[in-house]
Design a protein around this ligand. Structure first.
Ligand code: NAP
Length: 346
């Protein structure tokens, strides 16, 4: 079924702009803000009655939007953060989907609760975190997640899903795959305090060395913040969605073939003979670092990131991404997968 693009909304207003950190223009008929579970359920009931599609958006920090989203866009703005001590060293921390992820990380660190120190400054909302199983510098959400509450659009009920039921993978979950349009995450609950510190990623280890002093959770959080600020553009100033490509996994034979062409690091993949390689190195060696076409640029400090300097649309950014994918494939025989979710129509 296709939905015509409206010149005005049902209420006579002009179509509304959908928020997104890439800074591209995308309009929709109607935007609703869900402040609690009840209003979220009502949005879906209304859309079902009117037979219009619904798209759910958090802070729009991992979305590439084409120029038009038909139907209703629901912004998930449910708030609330709670923390309960379980024993001397562990806490259960529960955050509503509309909380900002970085604020939640800071709130836990301020209480001296460890576990999220490697995950500071990741843009986006709490609700977006389990979708791609956010991770950085050796820690990922799946390491600490206990459960997720989500609105099941098929049954119109709120369900609690255990970590196993979320089927997490590397920057992946069932919410991105088979059930991409089924669940709307409304709450994330984590068990914190039990994880070891991880400080061996080269950028972070270098920064900790530079600073000196004890390597504790607070020092790791500060080091990650510094590294991220140096390498990554601030989405509040320059439109971007963080990494545009996933780091690929290759077989040992593929790695051998690749090493005949390029000097590249590789890392283990848990429970798998595959090896993980940095996409940034392939993009850099293929000559794309700093490349600019109109408003779209491959970020000079981190070629995994594509930025919109202002005026690009979603397709402009996707065109540059496709050129990079084709070139890297032609040169190195490696397929780079897009990391953000692409939505909408032109
Ligand atoms: P980086 O630190 O230069 O690392 C590049 C690649 O090498 C990544 O695949 C990383 O694995 C791997 N790697 C480096 N040191 C490793 C070690 N000691 N053990 C295992 N693997 C190691 O990467 P970057 O591009 O600047 O990004 C920094 C971190 O932020 C990375 O962890 C990256 O995954 C993460 N990040 C996550 C998202 C997201 O959640 N969507 C977006 C952007 C960046 P990992 O990817 O497994 O860490």
């Amino acid at each position: 079924m296709s939905f015509p693009r409206a010149a005005t909304t049902a209420s006579g207003r002009r179509p509304a702009l959908v928020p997104n950190t890439l800074g591209v223009d995308c309009t929709t008929d109607q935007i609703r803000i869900a402040l609690d579970e009840e209003s979220l359920g009502e949005c879906f009931a209304e859309a079902a009655a009117r037979q219009i599609p619904v798209t759910v958006v958090g802070e729009g920090s991992n979305l590439v939007l084409r120029s038009w989203l038909p139907g209703m866009v629901v912004l998930v703005r449910l708030k609330g953060l709670s923390c309960a001590r379980l024993d001397a060293g562990t806490w259960r921390v529960s955050a509503a989907a509309g909380e900002t992820w970085h604020d939640v990380v800071n709130a836990t660190l301020a209480q001296d609760i460890g576990g999220l120190e490697n995950l500071v400054l990741i843009p986006g909302s709490v609700g977006a975190a389990p979708i791609q199983n956010i991770g950085a510098y050796g820690r990922e959400l799946a390491d600490v997640l206990e459960s997720v509450v989500a609105f099941d659009r098929e049954r119109s009920t709120f369900e609690t899903l255990s970590a196993d039921e979320c089927r997490f993978g590397y920057r992946d979950s069932r919410f991105k795959g088979d059930d991409a349009d089924r669940f709307v995450v409304t709450r994330v609950t984590m068990i914190l305090g039990h994880t070891e510190i991880v400080a061996d990623y080269p950028d972070v280890a270098r920064r900790l060395d530079e600073v000196g002093g004890p390597v504790d959770r607070a020092a790791i959080a500060r080091a990650v913040e510094t590294v991220r600020r140096r390498k990554l553009p601030d989405p509040a100033r320059i439109g971007n969605v963080g990494s545009f490509f996933k780091n690929p996994f290759v077989t040992p034979a593929e790695l051998d073939a690749l090493r005949a062409k390029i000097d590249i690091d590789d890392y283990p993949v848990s429970d798998s003979p595959l090896r993980k390689i940095p996409a940034a190195r392939l993009i850099d060696r293929a000559g794309w670092k700093g490349f600019r076409h109109a408003a779209v640029q491959v970020w000079p400090q981190q070629p995994l990131v594509l930025v919109n300097h202002g005026g690009a649309n979603g397709q402009d950014v996707l065109d540059v991404a496709r050129r990079i994918q084709e070139d890297v494939h032609a040169k190195y025989d490696v397929l780079l997968e897009l990391e953000p979710t692409v939505m909408g129509e032109d």
